[in-house]
Ligand binder design. Sequence first.
Ligand SMILES: NC(=O)c1ccc[n+]([C@@H]2O[C@H](COP(=O)([O-])OP(=O)(O)OC[C@H]3O[C@@H](n4cnc5c(N)ncnc54)[C@H](O)[C@@H]3O)[C@@H](O)[C@H]2O)c1
Length: 438
Amino acid sequence: MRIVMIGSGYVGLVSGACFADFGHHVTCVDKSEAKIVALEAGEVPIFEPGLDAIIQQNRSAGRLDFSTNLDPSVGDADVVFIAVGTPSRRGDGHADLSYVYAAAREIAAAVQGFTVVVTKSTVPVGTGDEIERIFREEFPDKDIAVVSNPEFLREGAAITDFKRPDRIVIGTEDGRAIEVMREVYRPLYLNEAPLYFCERRTSELIKYAANAFLAMKITFINEIADLSEKIGADVQKVAKGIGMDKRIGDKFLHAGPGYGGSCFPKDTLALVKTAQDFDSPVRLIETTVAINDNRKRAMGRKVIAACDGDVRGKKIALLGLTFKPNTDDMRDAPSITIVQALLDGGASVHAYDPEGMDAAKAVLGAVTYGKDPYEIAANADAVVIVTEWEEFRALDFTRLKSLMKAPVMVDLRNIYSLSDVVKYGFEYFAVGRKSQKQ
Ligand SMILES: NC(=O)c1ccc[n+]([C@@H]2O[C@H](COP(=O)([O-])OP(=O)(O)OC[C@H]3O[C@@H](n4cnc5c(N)ncnc54)[C@H](O)[C@@H]3O)[C@@H](O)[C@H]2O)c1
């Protein structure tokens, strides 16, 4: 099959590279000249484990190429995926679909012969209908089927998620499109990944409902964490205890500083807005959004409380900035709000992140960056674990304490336990578990 991927970001690049790895011929298109130039020079513009090797192999095999221009490749394509961004629209929180519709028009102008156009971007219910209307009214001579195929990969584990998905959701009732989509995903189907066909609007809603449910689950355990702290319970044990129940499951039950990233914040908000427009409010998700927004700032207050209620003139060292480990993505990371709360309190904020510092520099205020945890911990009044990168899981506490001004650790990801840390003389503050001051 000949596939064109419009948008070569976290989703487009991973999907394009993996489709090429299945044996399809793929052209990844992006408007960003810098991205395409980098890709053509053999550089991968994002950090995603394993992606560089797959790109390299498939470029060498002649199955993967890159372009800023969709024109020649779309004309030859069987399938064109739209994987452009759908950020929150400024002002009202609806998904901004301007990139999607612009891409759809460019595709339609270049299409020749029957072509399947697939939205892989996360788009609100009805977007496929609108794209179809645009095609029908503005490009009446073109033979195009519009399909929804939302993506469920997680950054940091994107290759595995794409190649071993729990399911592939395909929203279309067009017989020709169904055959083409079966062929596109045939290599995965042979691995027994279920292809789940449904109506297009249902498929669009599945993506939002899935993300909203997961965001709600995280928010639920975060509130149980707050309660655990007050009543002297251990939220991790509560999570394990409820997670062993198969009806609940143990995933997405890690208490922490609130969800962030490129999907949950914008997708929960967009679902709330869509539901309000249809006069069918999703109050659970409205509440989830509000609780999560408050939580990020509350985590800043938690750090301040650990520093005896005052961080003015104090040095705070943050370990991790990205919204989760194994990515360089800083979009809506809780660290952004935490840093702001600390700066507002008069702290001097120092930070280290294994992959996210370049992206962080573009979104964070006056932060000083270091090359490892120990450099930023020198003379610090507190160390705060914000993102649970592997390299923070075995810190040398003796060295850390000897460098710090005050041995205070705030562990917003619960990667340590009280007994791990207090024996080295640290004051330790976790989320939803017992904390200890010396
Ligand atoms: N990032 C994730 O983990 C994830 C997971 C599942 C779904 N999604 C969804 O996938 C979509 C893409 O997300 P992302 O994180 O890959 O975004 P991204 O910002 O990393 O990438 C989008 C890319 O599209 C390019 N682009 C925009 N308009 C274009 C056009 N007309 N032609 C060519 N290129 C164009 C941009 O330059 C950018 O490189 C979003 O709707 C998102 O919600 C993301």
